[in-house]
Design a protein around this ligand. Structure first.
Ligand SMILES: C[S@@+](CC[C@H](N)C(=O)[O-])C[C@H]1O[C@@H](n2cnc3c(N)ncnc32)[C@H](O)[C@@H]1O
Length: 250
């Protein structure tokens, strides 16, 4: 089933330009092609949904939809320049390591006047930016349900060793679980660890014209956390922003 965030992102895209009759590139598409099919239902002529996940094969699903196993930072290795009218991707920016390269590549494969909606969240500097998604032998830990062991913003306040100690002493995690969670948060290649300002600056410095930036604001920063964040490199960030949607035009 489509998530609210996916539907609202499609609405945001159609607000800036008519989807009907368009050739759309979907980046990091879901495995069931739900968003791609929704774009087609809304009138898209054709959706090409790419993903780096090996489970996504390069194939034509039907006359309106094809999938390609491809890294979004290598689009021009597969597509001709100026191929698509629109590009779209939900919950991808926090996973793609080189945002500058991503933007250069999306820019190249969009036709002139083409537009894009690129979304990320939760972004690293937000309350749940640690994005914990870890499976241990006896338990799984997820940032978005009650198994989340990390209090808001603690991934920014603690370092790797401090996090392990916190998870063992305060959250009763066994050492192996605590270490695996800390390795995911601070070292795993699944996360870009780009901050709010990193994203905004990278988009501002790209070749795209920015139409709008939509922010999804999370919980307010309590004073005790604010004080601790002020002692870190994150003191100038807007750490209340969980999600960012960039609507851009070539
Ligand atoms: C959090 S999921 C979001 C999936 C889908 N867009 C959704 O809304 O459910 C992020 C997706 O981005 C894909 N991804 C990560 N890095 C990528 C890259 N460099 N190129 C293409 N896809 C990538 C992942 O495989 C994953 O399917």
């Amino acid at each position: 089933m489509l998530r609210k965030g996916q539907i609202s992102a499609v609405n945001n895209l159609s607000d800036i330009s008519d989807i009907r009759g368009k050739k759309i590139l979907e980046i990091g598409g879901d495995i069931r092609h739900e968003v791609a099919n929704y774009l087609i239902e809304r009138g898209a002529l054709h959706v090409t949904s790419i993903n780096i996940n090996p489970k996504i094969k390069t194939q034509e699903i039907n006359k309106n939809l094809s999938t390609v196993n491809l890294d979004a930072t290598k689009l021009t290795s597969y597509f001709d320049t100026e191929t698509f009218d629109m590009a779209f991707g939900v919950a991808i920016l926090e996973h793609i390591k080189n945002t500058k390269l991503l933007l250069d590549q999306v820019y190249s494969v969009l036709k002139s006047e083409g537009c894009a909606l690129l979304h990320g969240g939760p972004i690293w500097t937000s309350s749940i930016g640690h994005h914990t998604w870890v499976d241990c032998n006896t338990k799984s830990y997820r940032f978005n349900d009650q198994t989340n062991p990390i209090p808001n913003w603690h991934h920014l306040i603690l370092d790797f060793d401090g996090m392990i100690e916190f998870l063992i002493k305060q959250k009763d995690l066994p050492y192996q679980h605590a270490e695996k969670v800390a390795k995911y948060i601070y070292n795993d290649s699944d996360l870009s660890r780009m901050s709010y300002l990193d994203f905004v600056n990278t988009f501002n410095n790209s070749k795209f014209k920015i139409i709008k930036i939509l922010e999804n604001i999370g919980p307010s920063l309590p004073n005790n956390i604010l004080k601790k964040l002020k002692k870190t490199q994150y003191k100038k960030q807007n750490c209340e922003v969980i999600g960012l949607k960039f609507l851009v035009k070539k």
